[in-house]
Design a protein around this ligand. Sequence first.
Ligand SMILES: Nc1ncnc2c1ncn2[C@@H]1O[C@H](COP(=O)(O)OP(=O)(O)OP(=O)(O)O)[C@@H](O)[C@H]1O
Ligand SMILES: [Mg+2]
Length: 245
Amino acid sequence: MIIEFDNVDLLIDGRKILDRISFCIEEGSNTFIMGPSGSGKTTILKIAAGLIFPTSGKIKILNRDISNIQDLYVVRENIGFVFQYSALIDTLTVIDNVLLPIKFRKKREFSKNKKEYIAKAIEILEFLGLKGFENYYPNSLSGGMQKRVAFARAIITLPKIIFYDEPTSGLDPISASQINYMIQEINRKYNITNVVVSHDIISCQQIASFIIFIYQGKIVFKGPPNELINSNNSIIFNFFNLNRI
Ligand SMILES: Nc1ncnc2c1ncn2[C@@H]1O[C@H](COP(=O)(O)OP(=O)(O)OP(=O)(O)O)[C@@H](O)[C@H]1O
Ligand SMILES: [Mg+2]
C-alpha cells in the first residue's frame, strides 16, 4: 500500500472535521475521494501532503510515517500536487511554470543539466497536448490547458503519487473528459499513483479503480466504482440519484 490512513481525526475549534478516517491506497491505482461539498475531501489531501497535521491517528506514505519530519521531507520529494485553481504563476511562461519545482527543489542540479530539464519539460508538455505553447503565458490559455500545465508541473519531478483537487471543476464536459483521459495516461505512462478529489460522477466512472466516499468527515464507502454505484446506502443513493444532499 502506497498510502495508509489509520484512524485519522482532525478537530478545529472543537469541531470534528475528520472522524476516524482509515483507508489504504494501492500503488498504481487511480483512487477517487468523493463526497459532497464540505465533507472533508480537500482536508484529507492537505493532511496526506503534510500541509496540516491531524489531531490523532497515523499516516504512512511510501511506508514512511509522515509525523516524522525527516520522513515527511522524503515523502514530499515523491509527491506532486495539482491545486483546484491550477495555481500557475501569471508572470511566468508555460515552460517556466513547469520547471518551477525543479528550480526550487534542485537548484544546483538544474543549473548543471538545464538542457535536459528543458527537453524533459517540452516532452511532457507535448505528451499533454501542449506542443508549441511553451512560451505562452497562462492567462492566454483556456482553463483546460491551464490545468494541463499544472499537470506537467506536477509530473516534472517524476513523483510516485500525484494528488489532484477537483481537476475537472469549472470545465465543460469535453474538456473535462480530456482531463480525465490525461489523468489516466499519466498513470499509465509514468507509473504514477493518482489520488483525485472530485464530486464528478462521470469522471469517477471513467477512470477510478477505487473510491473512498466521505460524508460529514466520515467514510461511508470504500471500494470499486461498480459497488459504489449499486450501493443502497441512502447517502450515496441520494448523491448519485438526486444530487441534492
Ligand atoms: N482551516 C479551517 N478552519 C476551520 N474549518 C475548516 C478549515 N479547513 C476546513 N474547514 C472545514 O472543514 C470542512 C471540510 O472542508 P474541506 O475543504 O475539506 O471540504 P471539501 O470536501 O473539500 O469541500 P468542497 O467540495 O466544497 O471543496 C468544512 O466544513 C470546512 O468549513
Ligand atoms: Mg475541496
